[in-house]
Write a protein that binds this ligand. Structure first.
Ligand code: HEC
Length: 116
């Protein structure tokens, strides 16, 4: 009997650590986010932000996991390829002329809400 109670308590504790389901962000909430890294923040402001915080562009809003999770599921390398080579409405390079592959990786993690 006692072990049943303990198991129940363990299940409850485990439940507390489960990630809450993602919520959509407004463009205002999205625009308030910026990368912690200063170099990435500069690149982001000059390039990605102009589309990825504006709903009308069709770009997934930065930080909105409801939009990014299905894309994240493709894998980081696939997203890196999309950023570098372009993907439908996403222009090749994302208008960043100074970005290295590592910069793109960092920007994508940040934008996809995976930099925590
Ligand atoms: C001119 C507007 C524009 C700019 C600037 C832009 N993007 Fe995008 N991006 C888009 C649009 C639109 C999509 C959605 C494409 C689609 O799925 O139709 C997108 C999608 C993406 C995707 C998802 C691709 C996939 O395979 O699902 C990634 C990753 C991405 N952008 C990264 C970036 C990065 C990093 C930057 C800055 C260096 C950037 N974007 C700048 C418009 C832009």
């Amino acid at each position: 009997m006692r072990s049943v109670v303990l198991l129940g308590a363990a299940a409850l504790l485990a439940g507390c650590h489960a990630e809450p389901p993602p919520k959509p962000l407004t463009p205002q909430q999205s625009a308030a986010l910026k990368p912690a890294n200063a170099k990435l923040a500069g690149l982001y402001e000059q390039a990605c932000k102009s589309c990825h915080t504006v709903a009308d562009t069709g770009a997934p809003l930065t930080g909105d996991r409801t939009k990014w999770d299905p894309r994240w599921a493709k894998g980081e390398e696939a997203l890196l390829n999309s950023a570098v080579q372009g993907f439908r409405g996403m222009p090749a390079g994302g208008q960043c002329f100074a970005c290295t592959p590592d910069d793109y990786r960092g920007l994508i993690r940040f934008m996809a809400g995976r930099d925590k």
